[in-house]
Design a protein around this ligand. Structure first.
Ligand code: ADP
Ligand code: MG
Length: 227
């Protein structure tokens, strides 16, 4: 019965998404089609159009790669993992990207963090999404603090926080977070938050967002520990 419920839930999400996906992918494809026609007519300078086409194709790829993560719960595979190690790998991966953007990633981990049952790759994806959002929220640079806390109000959970000093999220956007394709960025997909929230829910975790405009944003994730 549980399996059935998960499946019907997935189907309804697929339904919600279908219209959005069709729309988001049709736009760049329409553009590419138009440029192909222009180029066939031979009246235009090719190089410029090839650049635009390449960037439109890149956009389709970005949308598809984020959507593929949504398909992955089908092969949701959990193991007991040390989340500190997972975070260390993620920060190593993103360090150069952060440095280029004048951002410093600071980690504050409690000394004893219990293991958690998780799909490592999916949880990494979540961390990458939130760190990238924080970097993008600080165009002039700043700090991102990643906190891991084992002792909190809920003794069966650990807390993971991503704290940035970025532009913050205004009220009207906060309520839209998690809606597919909602983005304020020129090259954003508006899928990162939704996919991340979904993954956290698959881990029986919870996510909360605290934000103040021009001050920064804190993403707080709680995840159940294994016994
Ligand atoms: P994308 O990053 O592709 O725009 P997301 O789903 O990751 O899509 O985020 C949706 C929107 O939420 C962003 O466009 C941005 O406006 C806002 N947002 C998310 N994280 C932050 C953050 N740390 N600081 C400020 N705004 C944020
Ligand atoms: Mg994002």
């Amino acid at each position: 019965a549980e399996e059935l419920m998960i499946r019907s839930e997935k189907l309804s999400i697929a339904g919600q998404l279908a219209a959005g996906i069709a729309h988001e992918i049709r736009n760049p494809i329409t553009a590419i089609k138009g440029f192909v026609q222009l180029m066939k007519s031979g009246i235009v300078e090719k190089k410029m159009y090839l650049d635009i086409m390449a960037s439109e194709i890149e956009r389709i790829e970005m949308i598809l790669s984020e959507l593929l993560i949504l398909a992955k719960p089908q092969i949701f595979q959990t193991e007991r993992k040390d989340i500190r190690k997972l975070l260390a790998q993620v920060t190593t991966l993103l360090d150069t990207h952060a440095i280029i953007n004048n951002v410093q990633i600071i980690t504050e981990f409690d000394p004893e963090i219990p293991l958690i049952l998780c799909d490592e790759n999916q949880l990494k994806q979540v961390c990458i999404n939130f760190i990238k959002n924080s970097i993008e929220a600080m165009p002039k640079g700043g700090n991102i603090v990643i906190q891991l806390k084992s002792k909190n109000e809920n003794p069966n959970h650990i807390l993971l926080r991503f704290i940035d000093q970025g532009c913050g999220i205004p009220e009207h956007i906060l309520s839209k977070l998690g809606e597919p394709f909602y983005t304020t960025k020129e090259t954003g997909t508006g899928l990162g938050f939704m996919v991340s929230k979904r993954i956290i829910e698959n881990h029986n975790g919870e996510i909360a967002v605290f934000s103040e405009e021009n001050k920064g944003t804190t993403i707080e994730i709680s995840l159940p520990i294994t016994h």
